[in-house]
Design a binder for this molecule. Structure first.
Ligand SMILES: Nc1ncnc2c1ncn2[C@@H]1O[C@H](COP(=O)(O)OP(=O)(O)OP(=O)(O)O)[C@@H](O)[C@H]1O
Ligand SMILES: [Mg+2]
Length: 232
């Protein structure tokens, strides 16, 4: 059975893509096949082949299975803002059916699918639909990436609460350093370890060249691979 995890974060720009790449690389190293999925990307650049998004390209580069760009990122919007605003700019709405179909396609192709959301947990996709509703419909276990900075304790606990209130399992969380400064990191980490009620799956330090780094070693994959999706 395909293992599927949804990656959300305490905020935008806090390391979801980096952590998703780390998970993909850890999965590859453990000998499974992997693919990344960025169903909705807002913040794309035009190219002769259509809009391209850096997150989707990074996920594709860390995956073991090569698929077409549109399979990684079926909804590619130009404006770097919330998807419901970017889609309104382009005069089109985001159809959750497209997200559903994209995931079905990938499930046939890899043993692990790492799905990256957009922004934080409650990101709207349109007037009446938000990303978390799709995650609930798909019953995806969630991994929360915490950007380690002042405010992260509240953001992490609020997000964990919302995930659980939605009835979804919080499979674990990943601590990602957003600065080379110590800035109370150890205190934040200890507080969250005590209060999150889910396993710490990995700690990613501040990296001088994150795009080139070998990220697999930062993830404790057995904490995820020992649990089948059905067991949650
Ligand atoms: N541990 C780290 N070390 C060095 N740079 C980092 C680290 N974590 C994140 N960054 C950098 O911070 C920026 C944001 O990270 P990333 O793109 O992974 O965030 P995100 O949460 O996926 O953002 P978005 O909400 O736009 O999808 C990137 O330029 C990334 O390289
Ligand atoms: Mg990202």
């Amino acid at each position: 059975m395909t293992k599927r995890f949804f990656i959300t974060g305490t905020d935008t720009d806090i390391g979801k893509t980096l952590a998703a790449c780390a998970l993909l690389q850890a999965v590859n190293r453990a000998g499974w096949t992997s693919v990344g999925y960025k169903p909705v990307a807002a913040g794309c650049r035009p190219s002769p082949d259509g809009p391209r998004n850096d997150d989707a390209l990074a996920l594709a580069a860390s995956a073991s299975v090569t698929v077409a760009y549109r399979q990684v990122n079926p909804v590619a919007l130009l404006a770097p803002t919330s998807p419901h605003i970017a889609s309104r700019d382009e005069g089109r709405s985001i159809d959750p059916l497209v997200l559903y179909q994209g995931l079905r396609e990938l499930e046939r192709l890899a043993q692990w699918i790492i799905v990256e959301g957009a922004g934080g947990w409650l990101t709207p996709l349109g007037d009446d639909v938000s990303f978390d509703q799709w995650v609930v419909a798909e019953q995806l276990p969630v991994i929360l990436v915490v950007g380690m900075k002042l405010g992260c304790i509240n953001h992490a606990l609020l997000t964990a609460l919302a995930i659980r209130q939605a009835g979804l399992p919080l499979a674990g969380w990943i601590a990602n350093d957003l600065s080379s400064e110590p800035h109370r990191r150890a205190d934040y980490l200890a507080t969250l370890r005590q209060r999150m009620g889910a396993p710490l799956l990995g700690e990613i330090p501040w990296l001088t060249e994150p795009a080139r780094a070998d990220l697999a070693g930062y993830i404790h994959l057995p904490l995820l691979s020992g649990q089948s999706v059905k067991e949650y």
